[in-house]
Structure formats: C-alpha cells, structure tokens
Design a protein around this ligand. Structure first.
Ligand SMILES: Cc1cc2nc3c(=O)[nH]c(=O)nc-3n(C[C@H](O)[C@H](O)[C@H](O)COP(=O)(O)OP(=O)(O)OC[C@H]3O[C@@H](n4cnc5c(N)ncnc54)[C@H](O)[C@@H]3O)c2cc1C
Length: 526
C-alpha cells in the first residue's frame, strides 16, 4: 500500500479535508486534537486560501485580509472563537495579534471620522457629529450587541427547546432574523448621512444596508467593537501557519500542491478522494473548496436530492475584489494615515454598491499594515493595500483594463494620501480572476454566498451535506463569510462530525487533559 508523509497508510484516515482556507484548517486541527487521523489536501503551495500572504522583493503582503475579530480572550458572551481554537490547540501564545483601535476610519466629503472599539466610544464618536441622533444610535448599537450574543448561543438553545421557548430566550433574533440593516436602522436613526457612516464597513460583508442581513451585520460590527479588531503580526499567513502547526502537532498531515479531483462515493456514502490519479480513503470528507465545484465536479449532482440542487442554483454569491498592493517611501505615520480607511464620495452605500456592480470604481479601502507591523517592509517604507469590490470578468478583460483600474485606484487614494503617485516603489494588482486562480472560488467571490437574510442562519447551506460523510466548512456554508465566520464554520463542521450539539460541550472536550479520552466519555454519556 502507498505511504504518505511519515509512513502513514493512505487508506486509514478518519477525515480528509479539501482546502486549507481558515475554515478548513480550523476543522482539521480541532478534529486532530480529538484523536481523529486527519489529512488536509491543499491545491496551493501554502496554507490560508484568501488569508495567505506572499513575498515580493523585501515586502511581505497579505493577499487580502486586513483585520479580523475573535482572537482575544475577552469580549461578548459566546464570541472569541479564534482565541478558543488556538487555546484548544495550545498555541494561543505562539502567535501575536495587534489590537487596532480605532478599527476603521470613515472618510466622506466633509466628514472624516475614527470608528473606535468599545460600544460607548463608538456611539460617542458618531454622536459628536450627529448629536440629535445619539439615543437612537445607542439603542441601535445595543441591539446589535444583543443580537450577536443571542446568535452565538442560538444553536445550543435550539437543540433542546421549542419555537415558543426560543422566542422568549432570543427575542431580538426572532424579531429581526429576516431584516436588512437598512430596515432596522430606519427604526432608530433618521439621518441618511449617519446611516452611511454607521454602515461604512459594509464592504467587509460585500453588501450594502438595503441588502445585508441585520443579524450578520450585528455579529460583524460587535466582533470588531467588543471582541476587538486585530492585525496578525507578520501578516495573516502566520494565522494559517499556526493552525497548520496545530494540525501537525496532533498527528495530522498536510499535502500541498494536491488538487482533489474527485470525491469518491460507494453505495451513496463518502469513501475517499482522488488526487493525482490516486485514491485516498476516508469515511468523512470536509470540503473547504468552492461548493459548486464540490457538488458538480468532485461528487456529481446525481448524488444530491433535486431540492438541494434547486436551492444551490438559486443561491446568490458575493462580488469579487480588486486589490492594489504597493510599497511607498512616504511617511504615512507623520501623515496620520490609519490602519484602514474607507473612502467614499457618496454617503449612500446602496448607490455605491450599484456603481460597483456596474464595474465602476467609485470608493476604496486603504490599508497600511506597516503602521502596526513595521517588520513587513524595510525601514522607512510602508505597504499599502487599496481594495474595492468588483464583479468578475475573465482574464482577457483584466489584461486590457488592469493597469487602468490600478491607476484610477491610486488616484483615488491620493485624495487622502497626497503625492502618493510620485512615491510608489513597488506596485502590483490582483484582479477578480487572480482571486479565482489562487483559491478556486466561483468567479473569485470574496465572501462565498451573499449574507442576505434569505441566505443566513437556518436558510444557509448547512455544514452537513445530504451525502453521508460529506461536510462543508468555509464561506459557502454556515454561518457565512469573513475570517471569523469561516472559523466558526470550521468549529461547527467538527462538531457535526463528532456529534456534539452544544459548542460549550465541544470546547470542554477539547480543553480536557486528553481531548481524545474525553470525547469517548462524551459519546458514551450522550
Ligand atoms: C481581497 C480580500 C480581502 C478580504 N479581507 C478580509 C478582512 O479584512 N477580514 C475578514 O475577516 N475577511 C476578509 N476577507 C474574506 C475572507 O478572507 C474569506 O471569507 C475567508 O478567508 C474564506 O475562507 P475559507 O475557509 O472559506 O477558504 P478560502 O480562503 O476560500 O480557501 C479555500 C482553499 O481551498 C483550496 N482548494 C480549492 N479547491 C481545491 C481542490 N480541489 N483541492 C485542494 N484544495 C482546494 C484553495 O486553494 C484555498 O486554499 C477578504 C477576502 C478577500 C478576497
């Protein structure tokens, strides 16, 4: 029998994970900790998916990620999932997160505002510009916190109660589960400019106020405001590397440059995968890869119920993204540039989104990671990432328009960073087709399925598929996109595989002296 890595037989894995995005890595490492033999197969030459980093000359760039939440030990009840994962793996002290406070700057014609962490400071900062709206703003922000806390315990509670009891225990979730941000915000604030400023971070979810789920918006906002916003020292590749270390520490294996071509089924159940014409067997496969690729290419649609396929066909995916990676010798610190600034010409984000959907670049985010981590570039230089959402197009389109898009984005950024054009030492662009090329995500979607109300919570594609032995983690499944969302998905997929309903029980199992023995105990008791 063929061998892989340190002599492990290829036919006796408990779990194979396809893809080392943060969702796949989280599931793989946590399952390894419980004693499962895990093999992770990754198409690229390094872990991370959209969270991977790359080096050019002496510059260490993030391919995409600017900021994440959930990596500190404290925050709202039920949050901190990345911290809990690293702690369960015994790695929380082997990685450094740098707190970013204020977590964003919002720049509009006539208004430039820092958005601080901490609920009271956030309300205070916005109310200073919109004093008549203070009470409504405070109530809206507190509702976001209530929702974030309710959502984090929803699965646990729903496991043992009926609809009526659920409504009593999670009133905000039941009331607002089908609402958009714009619908709920209108109950509390009436100034359209304030709504614009409040929603400045909408590109983090890829949808404007009139479309984005209020529930998902709340978890994102409260994540940054209460759990805390962080940059990862050394770049987000370090987060991926640390999770990969966790997987290997507990006996798991990773194979890079390994594209899974097929998920093999026998009698309707998962039996393994095909890589480089070799079959590797396992009764359980978690796909962290693009979900349509998984269903239609790797498994075959004939194995899925037709209602499930009809749902997949109707699902709406997120926009893609264009990033300009550049190095400059400008002294960004002296110029008061922030870690991340969202720059808009218009307060109306529904309009901004419409322009984006038509391929127009009218706004961008400017990130300057070297302000908090100078090790990413040589002394006296800074890195900038200029980011905007854009629809997908084929490589030929970008060959013709890439330079023009980059020039335009640099010119937009120069409105906030004067003289930028004259101080560029290095520049490169990543188009939507680059995003697809590196991750296989459909049309380079930045966040998987859109987080509209009809595609979140129970309405999202769940972590357990209808095919026996096939599970999903990542931004095409529950709960949704963003690094924090996919970390939660990784935990949920592992829980489903182990049959542990409550997340609190899951952490207890993982944090016991011997996760494996404790899991056995849990299974006997439940
Ligand atoms: C430019 C950009 C900026 C972003 N900024 C932020 C941010 O600041 N904060 C934030 O929280 N989120 C951000 N996001 C969103 C976030 O990065 C993603 O939602 C998240 O990282 C997706 O993780 P995932 O687990 O779904 O896997 P993905 O990152 O989608 O990775 C999937 C992995 O599977 C592998 N794979 C695919 N098919 C196969 C196959 N057949 N065989 C083997 N391997 C395969 C791919 O190579 C890839 O490594 C950003 C996204 C982009 C694109």
């Amino acid at each position: 029998m063929a061998k892989t890595g340190a002599g492990k037989s290829v036919s006796d894995y408990d779990v194979i994970v396809i893809g080392s995005g943060i969702g796949g890595l989280t599931s793989a490492a946590l399952l390894a900790k419980t004693g499962k033999s895990v093999l992770l197969l990754e198409a690229h030459d390094r872990p991370g998916g959209y969270a991977h980093g790359f080096k050019r000359k002496k510059y260490q760039f993030d391919s995409g990620v600017h900021l994440i939440s959930g990596c500190g030990p404290e925050g709202y009840a039920g949050g901190q999932v990345i911290y809990k994962t690293l702690q369960a793996l015994g790695l929380e002290n082997e990685i450094e997160f740098i707190s970013i406070n204020p977590f964003s700057h919002a720049i509009y014609p006539g208004i430039s505002l820092a958005l601080p962490q901490n609920l009271d400071d956030f309300v205070q900062a916005l109310a200073a510009q919109f004093p008549a709206q203070r009470e409504g703003l405070k109530a809206l922000t507190e509702l976001c916190l209530q929702l974030a806390e309710e959502i984090s315990i929803a699965d646990e509670l729903m496991a043992g109660i009926n609809h009526q009891q659920g409504q009593a225990l999670m009133p905000a979730l039941f009331k607002y589960r089908k609402s958009t941000l714009a619908e709920v915000a209108a109950e509390f604030i009436s100034d359209s400019k304030l709504l614009g400023v409040f929603a400045s971070n909408w590109p983090y979810l890829g949808l404007p106020p009139r479309q984005v789920s209020f529930v998902y918006w709340s978890t994102m906002l409260i994540g940054y405001m209460v759990d805390g916003a962080y940059y990862c020292k050394g770049g987000f590749q370090q987060l991926a590397n640390t999770l990969a270390t966790g997987l290997q520490r507990y006996g798991g294996q990773i194979q890079y440059r390994s594209v899974v071509e097929k998920i093999v089924l026998q009698q309707g159940k998962v039996a393994g995968v095909m890589v480089k014409e070799q079959m590797i067997t396992a009764p359980v496969v978690i796909s962290n890869a693009d979900i349509r690729q998984t269903i239609y290419k790797m498994v075959g649609e004939q194995y899925f119920p037709s209602r499930y396929l009809q749902r997949i066909k109707k699902m709406q995916h997120s926009l893609s993204i264009f990033v300009v990676y550049l190095a400059t010798d400008l002294d960004l610190l002296a110029m008061n540039v922030a870690h991340e600034s969202f720059c808009y010409a218009d307060f109306d984000h529904d309009q901004n989104y419409q322009r984006t959907c038509q391929g127009e670049v009218s706004w961008l985010s400017i990130t300057a990671p070297t302000l908090v981590d100078p090790s990413l570039a040589p002394a006296g230089q800074h890195l900038l990432m200029l980011t905007t959402l854009l629809p997908f197009d084929e490589p030929e389109h970008w060959k013709q328009t890439k330079q023009q898009t980059m020039d335009h984005m640099v010119a937009l950024a120069a409105q906030s960073i004067p003289q930028l054009e004259k101080h560029i030492i290095f520049i490169e662009g990543g188009s939507p087709s680059t995003m697809r090329r590196y991750t296989g995500n459909y049309q380079g979607a930045a966040y998987g399925w859109d987080v509209i109300p009809a595609q979140v919570g129970p309405a999202r594609i769940q972590n357990q598929s209808p095919v026996e032995g096939l599970f999903f983690s990542g931004h095409w499944t529950s709960p949704g996109g963003g690094v924090y969302g996919v970390s939660v998905s990784g935990v949920q997929a592992a829980q489903k595989i182990l049959g542990i309903k409550k997340q609190s029980d899951f952490w207890q199992v993982l944090n016991s002296q011997d996760g494996k023995q404790s899991l056995f105990h849990h299974q006997i008791l439940s």
